[in-house]
Design a protein around this ligand. Structure first.
Ligand code: CA
Length: 360
């Protein structure tokens, strides 16, 4: 018996026994279901939805409860936009770029190659046009969004061979997240592979793939990639600051009281900053352990980055021609990024560079 019917049964039993209505506090006034795209084992990214649900419950004094369901539990991990759109669930916790196949514009709500870092993404979304433009686009799917986490700049992934020149990508079978980076890597000669997180290790071990990217040291170490691919490259230039989102069914959100709407917004903001803080706190230890276990941590060379940048710009131009939604949002993002890069070059970059060169 599930919890809902248990409570119902207990309520009826209470009425029969005492002849009075069951206590009001026995049941939350609002109950929502959240479909996550992530497996429970990833406490950082899956955990973001649990942090959110806990905050909603606490802020509402227990009157608003959200049950969190892992990827595949209620619907396929990549079926959650359909689930929100048709009202099977009230909301989802996912990465917008997974839905690139529906429309390239989805990628702009999370990360595009050589896009914004986590700080800049928050600035664009909250105080630029980002959230407004993305929500105009998401309205086509009957949903609205709130930021629900960020990993920070990701690592470039695990390779069985060194990448000395961009020609080393030729014919390389690489597991990649999302269709946009797949199109860019294809231009560089790689053969993109779409493999769920739980199956990457085996594919790398067997040699069915030559390389794989996932997130960063903490999550990657959990999946054991260092045991099957010795070279760990950085940065993941396709994910400078990928945003994880809460996608909410518009009608369900409109049906909430103004108080509960404010609670959802505040709890999402809490979960958003909490995830980035968690990754930043956990990654250094994992990186040190990986290096101690003989992982070779290497930067992509300047020529490799420049060729990747050029290939990305070609794909963006193709998207400008394909999707008017992409073009409108992309142009706003790039204009915002030009100013962000200008500003970050001064105080932030000089400070970080200096600190990185000091003995602490
Ligand atoms: Ca990734």
């Amino acid at each position: 018996m599930d919890r809902r019917s248990l409570i119902k049964q207990a309520g009826i039993a209470g009425v029969l026994a005492a002849g009075v209505a069951p206590a009001v506090h026995a049941q939350a006034a609002v109950r929502w279901r959240l479909a996550s795209s992530f497996p429970k084992a990833l406490d950082t990214i899956y955990g973001g939805a649990e942090v959110f649900a806990k905050q909603v419950k606490a802020m509402s004094g227990g009157k608003f409860e959200i049950s969190v369901h892992s990827g595949g539990e209620l619907m396929p991990a990549f079926g959650v936009v359909d689930g929100v759109q048709n009202g099977t669930v009230e909301l989802a916790h996912t990465v917008p770029y997974y839905f690139y196949g529906k429309n390239p514009a989805f990628a702009l709500g999370s990360a595009v190659p050589f896009g914004l870092n986590a700080r800049q993404m928050n600035a664009w979304m909250k105080h630029g046009n980002g959230r407004k433009l993305m929500n105009e686009f998401y309205a086509n799917y009957g949903m609205l969004s709130f930021a629900g986490g960020n990993t920070g700049t990701q690592m470039g992934g695990w390779f069985r061979k060194e990448i000395k020149a961009v020609t080393d990508f030729k014919g390389m079978k690489m597991r990649l997240g999302g269709g946009l980076i797949g199109e860019v890597m294809q231009k560089l000669g790689a053969v993109p592979q779409s493999i769920p997180g739980g199956e990457i290790y085996q594919a790398l071990e067997k040699g069915t793939i030559d390389a794989a990217e996932w997130v960063g040291p903490y999550d990657d170490q959990k999946l054991g990639f260092n045991k099957v691919a010795p070279f760990y490259y950085y940065p993941g230039w396709w994910e400078g600051g990928p945003e994880v989102d809460f996608f909410i069914n518009q009608k369900a959100f409109a049906a909430l009281s103004p108080e509960n709407q404010a609670i959802v917004e505040a709890a999402a903001a809490y979960a958003n900053s909490d995830m980035l803080a968690k990754y930043d706190a956990l990654n250094p230890t994992a990186l040190k352990q990986l290096v101690a276990a003989k992982t070779k941590v290497l930067p992509f060379s300047q020529p490799v980055l420049e060729a990747s940048f050029k290939a990305s710009m070609e794909v963006f131009a193709e998207n400008n021609a394909k999707s008017p939604e992409w073009k409108k949002i992309y142009e706003d993002l790039r204009a915002f990024q030009r100013d962000q890069v200008l500003w970050f070059r001064f105080a932030e970059m000089r400070f970080d560079q200096f600190m990185a060169s000091q003995k602490l």
